[in-house]
Design a protein around this ligand. Structure first.
Ligand code: NDP
Length: 445
């Protein structure tokens, strides 16, 4: 790395000890920025690097709630308002027991560059809690969300900070959060949250957007090499929002998705995933992926193990961070993988990314490939601002245009910096420059 990058990275390590995922995310961006800093000394003069690593504001709060047995439970809530140079802070809320400040900071940092890549007027932020909604009743989830919002409401707003969903936060949770915000503020401020239900300010295509977007990105990457998704064997890890709609889009484009997973194991279905069944198991019954096999006798459930041992041509990690390691990358290479596209945030470890890239595999980083979700959230905000709702086809067309333009921006930037096909470099540089230039224009704030 360059001296300025080295110095700033050392400062990040010193200031945020133990936040390993955050360090990993910063390192990954910094590894791309050397040539940009050499071309643009004004960034160093205005301490853009140091400022971009330091969130504008970090909020940590107690979330007390009462479970069905009448026991008082305490969780920790977070909102990291990372960078608002391009627009209000924007990014999801994650409810998962693994959540801590370092995880939220890594996600917020990634979000800044991702949102910049969409070309839309949104800054970056992220939040969540170590609350685990799994196994909770609806009433418990509602009481938790109400307590969480009772603190969060004073920090967010249509022009300030606009949260959305992420792991463990779907339509149900956004509903309870929005209800409490409305009650406390006495305002129907639709654009304060995105991912809302369709009858109360939500946008068509938002539910599908991240998964669809990742597959559209994969399609564009393959197209640039004169190839396509049609007829390809595909693996999609996870079985949540991103995974389900990645499977739907991949199948619509003629691919055969043969495997998906959750944290207990993976399912192999050589006939191709029965999506109606999977949606029923996950979205209606809120069950586990193993339940799919009970109703689909030819499919097999493998407890534990790695989904990346299943031979495929295209891999879409759509579950969580660092779920695809160097060992997994070796398995994928043995199985003949040609493209890896991140639907999740930072699901591939740095060693695995390096190995895949050295081996000539097309690799799309999450900050580019999964940006369709936040982009459609911005479309939801546009509809809320104009008190309008758009048709599915119109919104889906906008999503497609956005994904194509993110792809092209990454590809062109990589080419401009002498590394054609390096989407990691292209995404990091293009995202960084857009934020950095806005920060320069706004002065030292
Ligand atoms: P969901 O909560 O809907 O689904 C997450 C899925 O991943 C579940 O099937 C879950 O299984 C699985 N999972 C979680 N942790 C692990 C683990 N350690 N090992 C294996 N599987 C695991 O979340 P989303 O689909 O919304 O999010 C998935 C990823 O996509 C995250 O990285 C998120 O940050 C990213 N993302 C999401 C966006 C969105 O619009 N929703 C936008 C952009 C990025 P289990 O039930 O067993 O925990």
């Amino acid at each position: 790395m360059d001296t300025a990058l080295d110095t700033t990275f050392a400062q990040v390590l010193r200031r945020s000890p133990g936040e390993v995922e955050f360090h990993q995310a910063v390192r990954e961006v910094f590894d791309s920025l050397g040539p940009v800093l050499r071309k643009n000394p004004q960034y160093a003069d205005a301490a853009v690097l140091e400022r971009i690593c330091e969130p504008e504001r970090q909020i940590i709060f107690r979330v007390p709630w009462v479970d069905d047995a009448g026991r008082v439970r305490i969780n920790r809530g977070f909102r990291v308002e990372y960078n608002s140079a391009l627009g209000p802070f924007k990014g999801g809320l994650r409810f998962h027991p693994s959540v801590n400040l370092g995880i939220i900071k890594f996600l917020g940092f990634e979000q800044v560059f991702k949102n910049a890549l969409t070309g839309m007027p949104i800054g970056g932020g992220k939040g969540g809690s170590d609350f685990d909604p799994r196994g909770c009743s609806d009433g418990e989830v509602m009481r938790f969300c109400q307590s969480f919002m009772t603190e969060l409401y004073r920090h967010i707003g249509e022009y300030t900070d606009v949260p959305a969903g992420d792991i463990g936060v779907g339509g149900r949770e956004i509903g309870y959060l929005f209800g409490q915000y409305k009650r406390i503020t006495n305002r129907y401020e639709s654009a304060v949250l995105t991912g809302k239900g369709l009858t109360w300010g939500g946008s068509l295509v938002r539910t599908e957007a991240t998964g669809y977007g990742a597959v559209l990105f994969a399609q564009e990457m393959l197209k640039a090499r004169g190839e396509s998704l049609e007829g390809r064997r595909v693996a999609v890890s996870g079985a949540g929002n991103v995974a389900i709609y990645a499977i739907e889009k991949a199948q619509a484009l003629g691919a055969r998705v043969v495997t998906f997973s959750d944290s207990s194991g993976y399912v192999v279905d050589e006939d191709g995933v029965d999506l109606d069944l999977l949606k029923d198991v996950k979205e209606v019954q809120r069950g586990r992926v193993a339940d799919y096999v009970d109703r689909r006798p030819r499919a097999e459930f493998v407890a534990g193990g790695s989904i990346w041992d299943v031979p495929v041509e295209v891999a879409l990690p759509c579950a969580t961070q660092n779920e695809l390691t160097e060992e997994d990358a070796k398995s994928l290479l043995r199985g003949g993988v040609v493209a890896v596209v991140e639907g999740a945030n930072m699901p591939t470890t740095a060693d695995a990314v390096a190995l895949l890239q050295e081996s000539g595999v097309l690799f799309a980083p999450g900050k580019a490939a999964n940006a369709g979700g936040v982009a459609t959230s911005a479309l939801e905000m546009q509809q809320n601002a104009s008190r309008d709702s758009w048709s599915f086809d119109y919104t889906a067309d906008r999503l497609t245009q956005i994904m194509v333009s993110i792809h092209d921006r990454c590809a062109q930037t990589a080419e401009e910096y002498g590394e054609p096909g390096n989407y990691v470099l292209g995404a990091n540089i293009a995202g960084f420059q857009r934020v950095a230039n806005a920060m320069l224009a706004l002065g030292i704030v």
